[in-house]
Design a protein. Structure first.
Length: 156
């Protein structure tokens, strides 16, 4: 039994039975992981008939939620179905990215339909997260971050 459908592996979600005691949909918090002052958020992405759970870095400096190429591949987003764009990254470099739309992005009880995402090839060491959860999601859902309890508290 879980209190959040996002905790059920995607291949078993269709078998889930939702009851009042299992999931009310009114959850006001989402547990996060904090590592080295980085907030990692559990996020579910849906694209066509595929749902993938991922750990995303909460990044208020990212205007658009950004997926790693690995995560985009897991979702089945094909490069020829995207638009090429240039984007400036935190260190000032301008890099090529690919824009796409996913069916939805869900964090705990909050879901954004038809969300734009950026796909950015990564370089450097492997990261402990699958991309950046940006302001195109975060700005739609008022929240407060409780670093001590490692929670996002969703505001009404």
């Amino acid at each position: 039994m879980v209190d959040d459908l996002g905790k059920i592996p995607p291949k078993y979600r269709k078998q889930a039975r939702i009851t009042e005691s299992d999931f009310s949909g009114d959850s006001k918090t989402t547990a996060v992981r904090i590592r080295n002052n980085q907030v990692l958020v559990p996020v579910s992405f849906s694209y066509r008939n595929t749902t993938v759970d991922a750990w995303m870095l909460l990044d208020t400096g990212a205007s658009i939620t950004t997926l790693s190429t690995t995560l985009a591949n897991r979702l089945g987003i094909k490069p020829d179905s995207t638009q090429r764009r240039m984007a400036q990254v935190a260190d000032g470099r301008v890099v090529q990215t690919f824009q796409a739309h996913v069916d939805n992005i869900a964090v705990g009880p909050k879901m954004k339909q038809s969300a734009e995402v950026s796909i950015m090839p990564s370089s450097g060491p492997d990261r402990s997260y699958d991309g950046l959860l940006g302001m195109n999601f975060l700005a739609d859902f008022p929240h407060r971050l409780d670093m001590n309890r490692q929670l996002i508290e969703w505001q009404p």
